[in-house]
Design a protein around this ligand. Sequence first.
Ligand SMILES: [Zn+2]
Length: 281
Amino acid sequence: MPWLQHKRVGAADVYSLTDGLFRLDGGSMFGSVPKVLWEKVAPADEDNRIQLRSNPLLIQLGGRNILVDTGFWDRGGEKFDQMYAVERDETTFRGLGELGLSPDDIHYVINTHLHFDHCGRNTSLLGEPTFQNARHIVQRQELHDATHPHERSRASYIPETFVPVMEADLFDVVEGETEIVPGVKVLPLPGHNLGQQGVVLESEGEVLVYTADLLATTAHAPYPYVMGFDLYPVTCLETRKKYLPQWHEQHAIICTPHDPNVAFARLVEGRRGYTLEKMEE
Ligand SMILES: [Zn+2]
């Protein structure tokens, strides 16, 4: 079955795309959670890495094509691809192509943040912006942090993925919660870093949330399942406590950026807090 998966949300059509598989260290992905617990939900390979996926999202609403995240950096070379066990079984572009769309048809790119596994396809092999007709939405904080990295954040930022977009003046820099088109807004979700934003779609009483790395996969829903990669783990916890009850209450469809198997999920409340359960197709 191809990854391209569809949900109707009110008046919007939403497609979960994929830019392929990769792997990261399981311990880093689950922070202080012991391996005996996390490996039940995310089995590790011989290098202790777990399977992840890069899952951009396409929202079509009111005649506008909105791409949320663009995919995984594809110009790192053989060593880079090996380190992350990259498998490009599908790409963002093939997914768009199946829908009859080319990069020129995208009106908005929402960069949840500028880590290379989220904005990797912002630029083409020629080093130019891929989505030439799109306004690229980014938080001011994130653009600042990406252009002023420190020793703990530098490995996540690859300037070739965002500097050409800056130079072509295609960024719309926003601060805080901002409506992009009626029914689609970006929402700051600090913790993974300071400038990360999620996306909330609300149409005809239905709600869908793209969580960015606040919830990297469906396995990350329990409050303490905060990543070692998160720069501000307690902030991440506070952001979760602020929004998960709200999204649960709204019966929101939840899309995570890295689940290897699940495109659309819902929050379920249990004795020990929240989990994410795959929605019926
Ligand atoms: Zn990520």
